[in-house]
Design a binder for this molecule. Structure first.
Ligand SMILES: C[S@@+](CC[C@H](N)C(=O)[O-])C[C@H]1O[C@@H](n2cnc3c(N)ncnc32)[C@H](O)[C@@H]1O
Length: 539
């Protein structure tokens, strides 16, 4: 019996249900796409077939598809490109060539040229009539006409069919979001498309290469509806008109305030009635209700229900309503530092209330860590990443295996590899740098790095093992394993890795990981404090 099935639903039309129980972190199912296409902005930087980044080579005929090797090129040729290539070479629409068609047009073109895709999406909902009343309708019509013309189809009256297909694609395709690259393309698979939305989802979708992997985020019983967040990373292709490229709303995530979530969901023609929307719960209140213990969490958030955003009305309201999105930062390091300082000043109210998990603070912490890493100031980058890993991530993403959480664990491991070797700059900032150096010299940085890597690998089982982050973690771990003179540490680490739930393992993990990351996070708060202060001239 398949692990999932589609059932009719009284108010949502159809829904995806589990046919067996799933524990948090368990992989429910792996899906292979009917449509997978890179975003226009990424066309030349990822392989059109497997969507892995690199320096792919353009198809010599149409110059509108790029491949990392001949096997990807051949697979794409058989699946979709042989028909598409001809259409993309032969046609031109005004100044548009095949290479600069917007992503929705490319997805629709593949559908119009491929009966299997057209039949595969025929039964999906598109909400065409509702979409007709929205301001994006003229863009949809224009994109449908472009795909119709490129497909070489005749007869204006039949464009209605193209518009309907495009509406189905818009309603059911995912942004193929990647924790490293952001939005790299679109992905559509009809069974996965049956998963409905909740702002407190019990499952999460992660993309690895061509696959979409559906994973339980909370315990799921046989018969339960499987729900995902459509705002986790926006689900549909942005309704960008021809000529406009690139993703919109890249900061959108399911921890957005109610008003922003409502706006993001408007295009799906339903009103979300989940517990989070009904109670207008903020990110801390949600996590208090849905936290579950994990053997592999670097942060102890068991006291989360005492957080002021849960207990104090004013702080609750600030956390629920804050809507600021971080502004785009300049590339030059001095200008970026000045921009970061300005943004921290604007969100000081959040930091003062210890609302680290409320946007835009998490995004600012991520940018701050990158800023310090680019300056080769690895200790500061490490401290700020530890702050994000303990004070933002566990509240924003309940599951310890969430890709964003794993990315931060891996980033800490990479930074520790540098601080342990003593490489990098630390600009003098009085007592803080000394404190960082003293703290780092008291930590067994190699063991901490090794344990973080083991956590990443353990949380990427099965189909996730070929995720680039997991592969890189295994490579780093193999190098650390070669370091001499670590027999005592290795025996403790191996015992913990073999049975993380044993009493001795838990105590060891608590001391060697949770406590050390906590100390670094404390210093991360001081680093941010310096950024907030006006008097600092570093840059
Ligand atoms: C990707 S489809 C999901 C499958 C859909 N229920 C079906 O039967 O085809 C998205 C559509 O499902 C419906 N939907 C998704 N989540 C919902 C929810 N929480 N409440 C009501 N309708 C929902 C909306 O009509 C939305 O446009």
């Amino acid at each position: 019996m398949p692990p999932i099935e589609t059932r009719p639903h009284p108010s949502k039309h159809r829904a995806l249900h589990a046919t067996q129980p799933f524990k948090p972190s368990q992989i429910i199912h792996t899906f292979h796409p009917l449509i997978l296409h890179p975003s226009l902005s990424q066309l030349a930087s990822v392989c059109t077939h497997c969507l892995r980044p690199g320096s792919p080579r353009a198809c010599s005929r149409c110059h509108a598809a790029y491949y990392c090797n001949t096997s990807c090129q051949q697979a794409a040729w058989t699946a979709v490109h042989s028909k598409e290539c001809k259409a993309l070479q032969q046609r031109k629409l005004g100044s548009r060539t095949g290479a600069d068609l917007p992503t929705p047009v490319r997805a629709l073109l593949q559908t119009l040229l491929n009966k299997e895709i057209e039949d595969g999406i025929a039964a999906l909902d598109g909400h065409t009539e509702e979409r007709r009343k929205t301001k994006s309708w003229p863009d949809l019509e224009m994109m449908a006409m472009a795909a119709w013309a490129f497909a070489g189809r005749q007869g204006e009256s039949n464009i209605r069919l193209a518009v309907e297909l495009l509406c189905k694609i818009q309603t059911n395709a995912f942004h193929r979001w990647d924790v490293d690259l952001g939005q790299v393309g679109v992905f559509l698979e009809p069974t996965l498309a049956m998963a409905n939305h909740s702002c407190v989802p019990n499952a999460v979708v992660q993309f690895v290469g061509r696959k979409a992997i559906l994973r339980a985020e909370r315990p799921i019983q046989a018969g339960d509806e499987i729900e995902i967040s459509y705002t986790g990373a926006f689900r549909t292709i942005p309704p960008s008109p021809p000529g406009q490229t690139g993703p919109v709303n890249t900061h959108a995530d399911y921890t957005m305030p109610l008003s922003a979530r409502k706006e993001a969901l408007e295009q799906y023609s339903f009103e979300c009635t989940c517990a989070r929307c009904k109670g207008d719960l903020n990110v801390y209140q949600v996590r208090t209700a849905y936290l579950y213990p994990s053997t592999y969490s670097v942060a102890d958030v068991s006291g989360g229900d005492e957080h002021p955003a849960v207990t104090d009305k004013t702080t609750q309201d600030v956390a629920a309503r804050y809507t600021a999105e971080p502004a785009r930062l300049p590339d030059s390091l001095p200008a970026r530092y000045a921009a970061l300082k300005a943004q921290y000043r604007l969100s000081r109210r959040l930091a003062d209330a210890r609302l680290w998990a409320v946007s835009p603070v998490p995004q600012l912490l991520a940018e701050t860590a990158i800023y310090f890493a680019e300056r080769d100031d690895f200790p500061c980058a490490l401290a700020v990443t530890a702050l994000a890993a303990t004070s933002c991530d566990p509240f924003r993403y309940a599951a310890p295996f969430h890709p964003v959480r794993l990315k931060n664990l891996f980033m800490m491991a990479k930074l520790l590899a540098n601080t342990a070797e003593g490489t990098g700059n630390t600009a003098a900032r009085g007592g803080l740098d000394q404190k960082l150096q003293d703290t780092l010299s008291n930590i067994d940085q190699v063991s901490l790095c090794q344990m973080l890597l083991i956590m990443v690998i353990k949380m990427c089982p099965g189909e996730l093992a070929d995720w680039e982050l997991s592969v890189a973690a295994r490579e780093m771990l193999a190098d650390i394993g070669k370091l001499p003179g670590r027999e005592k540490e290795l025996s403790l680490i191996n015992a913990w890795a073999a049975d993380g739930d044993a009493e001795a393992s838990r105590l060891f993990f608590e001391y060697a990981v949770v406590r050390q990351v906590g100390v670094l996070a404390g210093i991360g708060m001081e680093v941010v404090g310096i950024l907030e202060a006006d008097s600092v001239s570093k840059g």
